[in-house]
Write a protein that binds this ligand. Sequence first.
Ligand code: ZN
Ligand code: ZN
Length: 270
Amino acid sequence: MNPAAADPLTFAGMVLLRSFQFDFTRYIGAALLIGAVVWVMARTRLASRKLQKRQATAADIRREFLQSVRSCMVYAVISLIVVALMKAGVLHPIARNGGWVKTIALLVTMIVLHDGWFYWTHRALHHPALYRRFHLAHHRSVTPTPFAIYSFSVGEAAINALFVFLWLVFVTTPPLTFLTFMLFQVLRNGMGHAGYELSPRWWLSTPLTRWINTTTHHDLHHAGGFNHNYGLYFTWWDKAMRTEHPRYAETFAKVTTPAPAEPVGLPASA
Ligand SMILES: [Zn+2]
Ligand SMILES: [Zn+2]
């Protein structure tokens, strides 16, 4: 059935359902993919890349999953508002807007701006006046797992979704830009909660990659470094605002140093 031809109530129901399907599929796909990578790592020598001694419990994973499902419901409601405002001409549509160069330039701009949006809203949510109501739900995960991707309070989920809303106030966004951004966002978020460092050992040593966040960066924030590492994709805001965890580089180096090979033991006669 063509949603545009349906009566308003049916149309709203279809938008809600399709938005939920879209967000939940992205969420569960990314969580399972990164979960599978971590499961394999835990059974190889890369097990030494585990960032915390503590193991997440089944109750942790259940809470992260249920809160993420709730966030997908919040996103569906916001999507319905977005679609209604697009139809009313208040928001720009998701539609073709120029060629390849513009599609890529808009994607890069969206990622850079979202990183800034996340840094500053995240930092604000750590203010004592906001923390308990909005952000504590996410920080119940001291040892996060990939299922924590959207493990937010209702308010924090809405704040996160507000970025795309504000973006659409100003920009007609090509479908490819939008879809790539949504996939990039969920995968990068999942990497931050992987619990195992996924980046290569040289990551913080090159001028280009040191600006790109690692799992260690966000894990330190969950493990107790509440006043540090607010960034999402990049480290530049934390560096510029002097909020980078003082033991970030040290922890990254420690966890990415290969574990010594199993001692093979010497022959009894030696
Ligand atoms: Zn936080
Ligand atoms: Zn987190």
